[in-house]
Design a protein around this ligand. Sequence first.
Ligand SMILES: [Zn+2]
Ligand SMILES: [Zn+2]
Length: 252
Amino acid sequence: MISKMDLASKLVSLRRNFFPNSCSLCREALDPKQQIFCTNCINNLPYISQHCVRCAEPLLSTGICPDCQKTPPNYRQCLTLCDYSYPISSAINSIKQNPYAPETKQLSLLLAKYLQKAYKPLNRPEIMIPMPAHPLKMLSRGFNQSYLIAEFLSTKLTQTLLRNDICFRKQLGKPQRSQSRLQRMKILATTFGTRKHSEIQGKSIALVDDVVTTGSTAKAATASLLMAGAKSVDLWCIAKTSWHNHSSSIKI
Ligand SMILES: [Zn+2]
Ligand SMILES: [Zn+2]
């Protein structure tokens, strides 16, 4: 059965085929520099506003949310461009399905701009690592969307070195909802492996992903990098789900 998300994504790509030089949302003419969304639609994306400075969960005022106060995450901070709601949810779907999706470039460059402002020049992570794809996903999709996003980011954030040969996924299995929290945490803790430890020793790292949902995968990858000697890990993502849109419809 076709999901709402697939349908929205198909409608957007259908519209794109009929109106190739117009915004996929409002059909306004696109500037040659724009890939899929016009300036007006870009200005109205669901950007993150008041949020937790650690996990990016929306808050009434920027600060640290109760969850992070109680149990701080192992990563230093999660920096996200948008909340995971329409039209970003549909754009993420395209990014996951199509290695040439125009959304990847336009949203990655917007994320790069956001990251440039978020850091003081000397404080930016030294290395960026795309979230490794699940081996089965690599087989079926043939590409890792997080790597494509990181490639676009690295064209703008030139002081941060892109490395795709450090972190990898070890297990094919995936924690199931039916397993206890402890069982799932144990599986996640052994999901990621890290090579070339000497090259990340004492370095600040950014893990790049298209969307961060519960954060458990990001925490598992962070744990692996910290155990290998990294100084700190930040998360960079185009979108983050929050309590009001944690959804099982996201294809990981
Ligand atoms: Zn538009
Ligand atoms: Zn938080």
